[in-house]
Design a protein around this ligand. Structure first.
Ligand SMILES: C[S@@+](CC[C@H](N)C(=O)[O-])C[C@H]1O[C@@H](n2cnc3c(N)ncnc32)[C@H](O)[C@@H]1O
Length: 202
């Protein structure tokens, strides 16, 4: 979406990501498959900004991957606040713990390993903010599952909703990820009752 120059301009005018996140980012790019999945500097600062703005006591992240976004959100949260983050791939555990253990904000983070669809119903929490960033084929299901757990006025943020522009293209029936994202968007446009009263639409 951004040209390289605008991207560079934005990155030079926002807060630095800091040594820990910078090391994590580099480690992911050198050692992990699909490092592009990590939120990155700009999106990480935006997530932190949301936390500073709404001062959530409870946050849910669906899809931890490296914990880059988790650490950014925790930075913006106050002492005593908690972020639950869920990751299905337990092979990420060593990587995640390596960086969480070095973070000043580690006490604000609880990592759950397993399928978010199974773990979320077991969380006895009301969330001020939810960040959906896991399996695109299940976006609608995550949304429906978390909706009743978000307080009025809370935020539900979802990554990749424009899906590299595919949302305005004809979706091939075999493309389950794009179909799921578009299904939710269409339900929003056709006036789904829950979405009309929703805290935040995507
Ligand atoms: C795009 S990455 C998350 C990036 C991270 N939120 C960030 O911003 O840096 C998506 C992650 O979701 C995980 N995932 C996929 N399906 C999941 C599920 N059903 N439950 C929990 N995690 C899942 C994947 O293993 C992957 O690590």
């Amino acid at each position: 979406m951004f040209t390289g120059e605008i991207d560079a301009y934005i990155l030079s005018h926002i807060d630095e990501e800091g040594d820990l996140l910078s090391a994590l980012n580099r480690d992911a790019n050198v050692n992990l498959l699909r490092p592009r999945m990590l939120s990155g500097h700009l999106q990480g600062r935006i997530l932190k900004m949301f936390c500073r703005m709404i001062r959530p006591r409870r946050v849910l992240e669906i899809g931890t991957y490296t914990s880059y976004a988790t650490l950014c959100m925790a930075e913006g949260m106050e002492e005593g606040a908690l972020i639950h983050t869920i990751e299905i791939n337990d092979e990420m555990e060593d990587f995640i713990m390596k960086y969480l253990s070095r973070s000043l904000h580690k006490d604000k983070i609880k990592v759950h390993f397993g399928d978010a669809m199974e773990i979320i119903p077991r969380l006895d929490e009301t969330f001020d903010m939810v960040f959906i960033d896991a399996d695109k084929r299940l976006y609608s299901e995550y949304y429906d599952l978390v909706f009743p757990m978000v307080r009025p006025g809370g935020l539900i943020l979802a990554d990749n909703t424009l899906w590299d522009g595919k949302v305005v293209e004809e979706v091939h029936p075999s493309d389950k990820q794009s179909s799921s994202i578009c299904r939710r968007t269409k339900r929003g446009r056709t006036g789904n009752k829950d979405l009309r009263r929703s805290r935040c639409r995507f």
